[in-house]
Design a protein around this ligand. Structure first.
Ligand code: MV4
Length: 445
C-alpha cells in the first residue's frame, strides 16, 4: 500500500478522497489553488500545498506543478479525482516517469478510450453493440456521404477527441451534411487540437445508462451494476439513480457483460464507466468509456456497499480485487441529486458568494457528500457543484419520497441552488413513472 497520496483536485471529491485515505491509514496531501486556500477540507489532510493561481490552467491543470508538489511532499501516488488531469494520458505517463503511481488506468488504455472512434472500433471487434455509423474516423466527402446515406438521416457528428457532449452536431438532411462536417472539424480542432470526426445514426429521445466497472492489474474485471443518468440538462447530469427504471434483468445482464467484455478488450484497469444509449425500443448501444472515477460514483457505493475510492487506491497499489462478480449483489434503490449553486429561474446561471446558513439533511437512508459549510465562500472560478444528496431505500417509490423529505430539510442561504428544481422533477408524473428521456428537463421546465 502507498505511504502518502497527493490529491490533485478540489471541493467535494478532494474531501471524498481524503476520507478514503484516512480509512486506509494512508497519509494524504492535498494540492490547492490560491482561490481554495481557505477551504475547510484542507484542514483534514495531513498537509496542503499551494500549486498556483485560481484559474485551473494555473494550478489544477498544471501537471508539472502537481508532480513537483507530490515530490516535495514525498507522495508515492497521485489521485486525480474527476475533471482536471484525470483523463490526461500524458500526465499519467509523466507521473510514472517520476516514479509516482497514477491512481487510474494505464496511459495506453486512456489513450485508446480517449479516442472515441477507436473505442467504437474496439467495441465492434468484440461484438458489443454500437450505434450504426462510420468505421473509425471519416476520411473525405465521398465516404461521409456514402456512410450517411447508408445509415439514414438524422445523423450525429462527433469529435473523436470529444465526449460528454462536446463537439457534437445533429444533421437532419443531406444538403447540410458537408457544411456541418466542416464546422464540426473546425470546432474540434479549436477545442481538442484534433479535427477527426465520425458519424452515427442519431438516436431520438434516448435514455443514458452507464455501467460501473472495476478492474485490477491481474486481469480481474467485475461490473457493479448500472446507473441511469437520463435526467440531464445541456449534458450536465442533475439526478442519477440505480437500478435503472428502464431496463429489466435480462437487459441489465447483457449491458453489464458488454461493459466487462469491452474493459477486458481494452486491457483496462482501475475504476471506469461504460456509457450506453437506450432507445425507445429498449435496444442499447455503446457510446463511450469514461476512464476515471465519476461524480455519481456514490450511487454505486450505496447499492453495492463497495467503496470505489478505496478500491481505486488498492488497485493502483497492485492489490487483487478482493471480491468476485458473484459476490457483488446490488440491493435496494438509490437516487442522487446534485445540488448546484445555480439559479434555475435564470437559465441555471452559476451563483457564487458566501454561504450564511447551511443545514444538512440526515436521518435514515441519507448520505450527503459536500465540502460546504457556513462561512464557505463559493468561488465563481470552478464548477458549481456544492453537494450531492443520496438516498438509499428498498424500492424506487420509497427512494423518491425519502429524497423529497431530504431535500426539504436542506437549507442553503442566501445562494440560489437547484434544490427547488429537483423538487419539481421528483413530483413530475413522467419522472415518477420512469418514462423520461434525455430531453425531458429541457422540454418540461
Ligand atoms: C448521441 C445521441 C443520439 N444519438 N449519439 C451526448 C453526450 C455524449 N456522451 C453522447 N451524447 C449523445 N449521443 C447518438 N448516436 C444523443 C446524445 C445526447 C445525450 C446523451 C446522453 C445524455 C444526454 C444527452 C443529451 C443530449 C444528447
Amino acid at each position: 500500500m502507498f505511504q502518502r497520496i497527493l490529491i490533485a483536485n478540489r471541493g467535494e471529491i478532494a474531501l471524498r478522497i481524503i476520507r478514503a485515505c484516512r480509512e486506509l491509514s494512508v497519509e494524504v496531501v492535498c494540492a490547492f489553488s490560491e482561490e481554495d486556500a481557505g477551504a475547510a477540507y484542507l484542514g483534514l489532510a495531513d498537509r496542503a500545498i499551494c500549486i498556483g493561481g485560481a484559474a485551473p490552467r494555473d494550478s489544477y491543470l498544471k501537471s508539472d506543478r502537481v508532480i513537483a508538489a507530490a515530490e516535495v511532499a514525498g507522495a508515492d501516488a497521485i489521485h486525480p479525482g474527476y475533471g482536471f488531469l484525470s483523463e490526461n494520458a500524458a500526465f499519467a505517463d509523466k507521473c510514472r516517469e517520476c516514479n509516482i503511481e497514477f491512481i487510474g488506468p494505464s496511459a495506453d488504455s486512456m489513450r485508446l478510450l480517449g479516442d472515441k472512434a477507436a473505442a467504437r472500433t474496439l467495441a465492434k471487434k468484440v461484438k458489443v453493440s454500437i450505434v450504426p455509423g462510420s468505421d473509425g474516423v471519416l476520411e473525405g466527402d465521398n465516404e461521409t456521404i456514402k456512410v450517411a446515406q447508408k445509415i439514414g438521416f438524422p445523423v450525429i457528428i462527433k469529435a473523436t477527441a470529444g465526449g460528454g457532449g462536446r463537439g457534437m452536431r445533429v444533421v437532419h438532411d443531406k444538403t447540410d451534411l458537408l457544411a456541418a462536417i466542416k464546422q464540426a472539424k473546425q470546432e474540434a480542432d479549436g477545442a481538442f487540437e484534433k479535427s477527426d470526426v465520425y458519424i452515427e445514426r442519431y438516436i431520438d429521445r434516448p435514455r443514458h445508462v452507464e455501467v460501473q466497472i472495476l478492474a485490477d492489474r491481474h486481469g480481474n474485471v467485475v461490473h457493479l451494476g448500472e446507473r441511469d443518468c437520463t435526467l440531464q440538462r445541456r449534458y450536465q447530469k442533475l439526478l442519477e439513480e440505480s437500478p435503472s427504471p428502464a431496463i429489466d434483468s435480462r437487459m441489465r445482464s447483457d449491458l453489464c457483460s458488454s461493459a466487462v467484455k469491452l474493459a477486458k478488450a481494452a486491457g483496462y484497469d482501475n475504476a471506469g464507466t461504460v456509457e450506453f444509449l437506450v432507445d425507445a425500443k429498449k435496444r442499447f448501444y455503446f457510446i463511450e468509456v469514461n476512464a476515471r472515477i465519476q461524480v455519481e460514483h456514490p450511487v454505486t457505493e450505496l447499492t453495492t456497499g463497495i467503496d470505489l475510492i478505496k478500491a481505486q487506491i488498492r488497485i493502483a497499489a497492485g492489490e487483487k480485487l478482493e471480491f468476485s462478480q458473484k459476490a457483488v449483489k446490488p440491493r435496494g434503490h438509490v437516487i442522487e441529486c446534485r445540488i448546484n449553486a445555480e439559479d434555475p429561474d435564470e437559465n441555471f446561471r452559476p451563483c457564487a458568494g458566501v454561504i450564511e446558513k447551511f443545514r444538512l439533511p440526515g436521518g435514515p437512508g441519507v448520505r450527503v457528500d459536500t465540502h460546504g459549510y457556513e462561512g464557505y465562500r463559493l468561488s465563481p472560478k470552478y464548477d458549481s457543484l456544492l453537494a450531492k444528496v443520496l438516498v438509499f431505500q428498498p424500492t424506487r417509490p420509497e427512494a423518491i419520497r425519502c429524497m423529497q423529505r431530504a431535500l426539504g430539510e436542506f437549507t442553503i442561504e442566501p445562494l440560489k441552488t437547484t434544490l427547488p428544481f429537483l423538487q419539481r422533477v421528483l413530483a413530475h408524473p413522467d419522472f415518477v413513472d420512469g418514462s423520461i428521456d434525455t430531453g425531458f428537463a429541457e422540454r418540461t421546465f
